[in-house]
Design a protein around this ligand. Structure first.
Ligand SMILES: Cc1cc2nc3c(=O)[nH]c(=O)nc-3n(C[C@H](O)[C@H](O)[C@H](O)COP(=O)(O)OP(=O)(O)OC[C@H]3O[C@@H](n4cnc5c(N)ncnc54)[C@H](O)[C@@H]3O)c2cc1C
Length: 492
């Protein structure tokens, strides 16, 4: 080890890919030592079943955007592809690392285990690891009594502002940093980066928010009417505080009370859901209400595969899945319907479904995703069980079938009255509209009405089960706010 190692601090970027309102950066600057900023693409995390190339493309674009912004200050974020400990070990041979600054991560078990290994490493090497609170999610919380107030205080606090003109970068000229080629944009997906994040935010608050509430449930209209900020928030290109404060200013300037109120509740749900996962991370694997273990659902590979590939023969379900595969985003209602279709109508366990949609959602956020899956599949015991009828959802939210026809072109000539129930067409009508069911497009993999009845009876009978009821009181104490309905609505 080099005995004349210069003391430095490190800022370790994870899901916080921004330069503005970034507390670890500010703390590192205040500490006064030269700073080395880094991001590490971790092969073990990249290989986790919840992740896909689309996620790392987004991260790569985001890092490029940050380094582009930093160029004029002669500063750079170093990018590695490696497990984390070898990188820190390599840096230790060049520098005397004093403090690593990062955000707390409410992540999957794989990143939780990695963080435990980093804690152990830091202790051994006498390095201080200082983690900042992310988006108001509190570590080690036992109940939610004072949580709401602390969340509002967090959102109202001033944005962290770094003085880049006077940033002290550690001298990295002697370091061997692999040259990792940036990943190219894919035109179907939202582009990564802090600059795009702010552009989406501005456009939403100035224009698109007008149609927010009226388009939120509709698969087609929501693509413009919703904020589409989710990947930027999930990967930290924006902090929720930035969005919250910008929305408050926009409300003061433009009014639009109803739209702003609807948007503000979603921003509150962000941390509300992540807090559940932070407090009980076994939700990645197990039913939060252990009483539901008695359901003992088994995966049927054929049914599961039909759902995964958008080949169930239920047009809206297939359209949403194919749209997700191609673009990485559908709105809340359609996500809830996909989860409900798999776990209720197809009567499959939620775990493989959660893994598959995590892979497809560009905005995959473990802390929202897993608690949402628990809720939508009806295994919390404390939420109303909602079994979506995909035919009714189609008739209500895509009445002309425009969205369905875009993603299920096999049905492009089918008229409105059959578009959500093509199985009602006679053989002659199928011929007339150019689709042979069972050949060009599947017949439904389940009888929707019978499957709905079966799931409803099963799930409602569980509500009075003693094991379920016992878990309910535990879950209520741990995860819900004093007036839970105002925050934890399941609608969207
Ligand atoms: C089964 C299922 C899985 C989900 N998985 C994810 C996920 O992995 N990542 C993710 O960001 N969202 C997830 N959601 C929540 C929601 O569908 C998305 O946040 C939303 O559709 C993103 O679009 P938007 O940014 O335009 O949302 P907007 O309606 O404009 O909302 C603004 C922001 O509020 C937050 N938000 C909105 N709705 C919710 C909600 N119901 N719960 C918690 N936070 C919310 C998000 O950060 C979102 O970006 C999931 C929902 C379901 C039903």
């Amino acid at each position: 080890m080099n005995s004349s190692r210069l003391p430095i601090n490190i800022v370790w970027f994870k899901r916080d890919l921004r330069l503005r309102d970034h507390e670890p950066l500010l703390l590192a600057q205040k500490a006064g030592l030269p700073v080395l900023m880094l991001y590490i693409f971790e092969p073990s995390v990249m290989a986790a079943p919840q992740y896909d190339e689309r996620h790392w493309r987004f991260v790569s674009q985001s890092l490029e955007d940050l380094n582009r912004q930093l160029l004029s200050f002669g500063v750079k974020i170093l990018v590695y592809e490696s497990e984390v400990l070898p990188v820190f070990a390599q840096l230790l041979s060049h520098f005397s690392i004093q403090t690593i600054y990062s955000y707390q991560e409410t992540g999957l078990k794989i990143t939780y285990d990695r963080d435990k290994a980093v804690t152990h490493f830091c202790k051994k090497q006498n390095i201080n690891w200082q983690e900042s609170v992310a988006n108001g999610v509190v570590r080690g919380l036992r109940n939610r009594k004072a949580w709401r107030e602390s969340w509002y205080d967090f959102m109202a606090a001033p944005l962290a502002k770094v003085d880049w003109e006077n940033w002290k970068q550690a001298d990295v000229s002697n370091l061997k940093v692999p040259d990792i080629a940036p990943k190219k944009l894919h035109p179907n997906f939202q582009p990564g980066g802090e600059s795009y994040a702010h552009a989406y935010l501005k456009d939403f608050l100035n224009n698109r928010i007008r149609n927010y509430a009226k388009s939120i449930s509709k698969p087609l209209e929501s693509r413009r009417g919703c904020s589409r900020l989710s990947p930027y928030i999930a990967w930290g290109c924006l902090s929720v505080r930035q969005v919250w404060q910008a929305a408050a200013q926009s409300h003061a300037a433009h009014g639009r009370k109803f739209q702003h109120a609807a948007f503000a509740s979603r921003l509150r749900w962000q941390a509300h859901f992540i807090q559940k996962f932070e407090s009980e991370d076994r939700m990645e694997f197990e039913n939060v209400n252990r009483g539901y273990d008695a359901l003992e659902k088994k995966t049927d590979p054929i049914l599961f595969d039909s759902w995964k590939q958008g080949q169930t023969g239920i047009p809206l379900v297939d359209a949403c899945m194919r749209c997700l595969i191609a673009t990485g985003w559908v709105n809340f209602r359609m996500r809830a319907m996909l989860a409900s279709c798999l776990t209720h109508l197809l009567w499959q366990p939620w775990q493989p479904g959660a893994e598959w949609l995590a892979k497809l959602f560009l905005d995959f956020e473990p802390g929202i995703h897993y608690p949402q899956w628990q809720m939508q599949s009806g295994v919390t015991g404390i939420n109303t069980v909602r079994i979506y009828n995909p035919v009714k959802q189609g008739q209500d939210n895509d009445p002309k079938g425009i969205f369905v026809k875009q993603w299920v072109p096999e049905l492009r000539n089918v008229p409105e009255n059959f578009i959500h129930e093509p199985w009602k067409m006679s053989a002659m009508e199928q011929q007339l509209y150019g689709v042979a069911l069972g050949k060009d497009y599947p017949t439904p993999v389940v009888d929707i009405k019978a499957a709905h009845r079966f799931a409803r009876e099963k799930l409602w009978s569980m509500r009075s089960d003693n094991a379920v009821k016992k878990e309910n009181s535990r879950i209520l104490k741990r995860h819900t706010l004093p007036d839970r309905e105002a925050w934890a609505s399941t609608q969207g």
